[in-house]
Design a protein around this ligand. Sequence first.
Ligand code: COA
Length: 158
Amino acid sequence: MIDSGLRDRAGRHVTLRPVGDGNWRAVADIAPRDDQRGWVPALAARYLVLTMRSDVWTSLAVVADETVVGHVMWGVDDDGSRWIGGMVIDAAEQDRGVGRAAVRTLADWLSAQDGGSVVRLSYHPENVPAARLYTSLGFTPTGAMEDDELVAERTPPS
Ligand SMILES: CC(C)(COP(=O)(O)OP(=O)(O)OC[C@H]1O[C@@H](n2cnc3c(N)ncnc32)[C@H](O)[C@@H]1OP(=O)(O)O)[C@@H](O)C(=O)NCCC(=O)NCCS
């Protein structure tokens, strides 16, 4: 479990947990709002299949107290940089501070690896909620694009 002690706006304790026997169905069923399906797949199940098929990505359940409320995944690039992907908070659980707590928890955990790692992610330039969230957590666009998404990074504190 990855736990930075962060809470959402309702005071629920937000943790990131491995996907396993007890929670994979709830993670697979995580769904964005219909109008967000241009940015992410219709169900987090797609990310679970990707992580099962890939040596790079690891999926995590985003959990508020004991409720599965989202999915996020992380990976390590050839250059040692850490990547965050597959960030989806279930439509019914958005705007409660869970996404902020989840990204902060994972970014801080990844940045501490290997004595200090660059953390990267990407988002569609028109995805305003994601852009605001990531910018407010210290991610800045690198100028690179990954498919049709802007790559942003956060360097570890020196
Ligand atoms: C982006 C997403 C993960 C944010 O999760 P969330 O739990 O709703 O976000 P939070 O309630 O923690 O809000 C965090 C910040 O996001 C931004 N944000 C969230 N909803 C927003 C909205 N509707 N409009 C503008 N900004 C918004 C704000 O900067 C907010 O800051 P605040 O903490 O000062 O309010 C969520 O909206 C989501 O799952 N979207 C669909 C999937 C997606 O686009 N993922 C990102 C792919 S790169």
